[in-house]
Design a binder for this molecule. Structure first.
Ligand SMILES: NC(=O)c1ccc[n+]([C@@H]2O[C@H](COP(=O)([O-])OP(=O)(O)OC[C@H]3O[C@@H](n4cnc5c(N)ncnc54)[C@H](OP(=O)(O)O)[C@@H]3O)[C@@H](O)[C@H]2O)c1
Length: 302
């Protein structure tokens, strides 16, 4: 499908529950592994208007992002606080403050930053512990407490979680150590529409942030992009299928972090100044009955 004619950058922002301002659209960087690619893509992204970048310790690319920020922020006359950086604590580093602080410091060193804007627990289950092992529950609690201590010490602007189900959030909220997660980053696209999670997060002032907006992490998996409902809406609105899928999330107050290494797609994904009408939103929501999940599944983690 042709690129959209609507090309101005979408600059909407969300205010997180502690007052931190976060761009509604960020650049996902999963599987962007080399320094060359990251330097090129971050350069294009900053030029296109992206101000938010999503990474994780397990992506192994924090160091390349750090190098890109060091070179490119001056090029665009930007300061550190003009960008919003999210990283995530690896499931192999769950534990008390000492363990979490050491992992956080390593991420900061890699990124060449003295704070990140948002630090997330990557997954409800810890590495090398079976999903059904109750130690997951205990470790989540200890780890969340450690994140709240980093936050209370002023070392990170906001903290949150990722891949948490309603049940994981309910457990956390029973003893949240004084901080409600600002964000829950989850798989979110019309084939995996989780209305109860959205409602729970809205009721508790937790912002949902979508990943896998296009239905999977592989360019070879185009089922959702090729879905007739998505295609018809894209044709009617004269936008791309990717734009429909991102706007669908944003219109539900769900933030997005599409990943791309293509300059055309980068521009497409931040050019979202159109509205999907209610009937079409309902048609997209109705695809959720399919319950197709692409990424790792947290539902079995106790
Ligand atoms: N918290 C978690 O557990 C978790 C899990 C997965 C991902 N994430 C985060 O979320 C980000 C996004 O998720 P994702 O990378 O899995 O998937 P995604 O952003 O939904 O999709 C990426 C795929 O879509 C293609 N694409 C991007 N824009 C396009 C466009 N406008 N038109 C057509 N194709 C397009 C990309 O190919 P090209 O590069 O060729 O454009 C890439 O193959 C990740 O990068 C990561 O930062 C978090």
């Amino acid at each position: 499908m042709a690129s959209s004619t609507k090309s101005s950058a979408y600059t909407a922002k969300f205010t997180l529950n502690n007052g931190t301002i976060m761009p509604a659209i960020g650049l996902g960087t999963y599987r962007m592994r080399t320094g060359d690619v990251i330097m090129r893509v971050v350069d294009w992204a900053l030029a296109a208007g992206y101000r938010m970048f999503d990474t994780a310790a397990v992506y192994g690319n924090e160091i390349h992002l750090g190098a890109a920020f060091k070179t490119l922020l001056p090029k665009y006359e930007l300061e550190r606080d003009d960008i919003f950086v999210t990283t995530k604590l690896s499931p192999s580093d769950y534990g008390n403050k000492e363990i979490v602080e050491s992992a956080y410091t390593k991420s900061l060193d890699n990124l060449g930053l003295d704070y990140v804007d948002l630090y997330l627990i990557h997954f409800p289950g810890a590495s090398k512990i079976p999903a059904t092992d109750l130690n997951n529950k205990r470790l989540r609690d200890v780890t969340w407490q450690a994140l709240t201590e980093l936050y209370d010490d002023g070392r990170v602007n906001a903290i949150g979680v990722s891949n948490f189900t309603v049940s994981h959030l309910e457990q956390l909220m029973l003893n949240n150590h004084g901080v409600i997660p600002a964000v829950n980053q989850v798989e979110w696209h019309p084939y995996y529409y989780q209305e109860s999670l959205l409602n729970y997060c809205k009721q508790n002032d937790i912002l949902l942030q979508a990943y896998c907006s296009f239905g999977g992490t592989s360019a070879s998996n185009m089922a959702l992009m090729h879905d007739p409902v998505v295609q018809k809406i894209a044709r009617t609105l004269n936008v791309t299928c990717a734009q429909v899928l991102l706007a669908w999330a944003l219109q539900q107050d769900v933030a997005v972090i599409p990943k791309t290494t293509s300059q055309v797609h980068l521009k497409d994904n931040i050019s979202l100044n159109f509205t999907i009408p209610n009937e079409e939103m309902k048609a997209l929501n109705a695809l959720g009955g399919l319950k197709i999940k692409y990424a790792w599944d947290p539902t079995a983690v106790v």
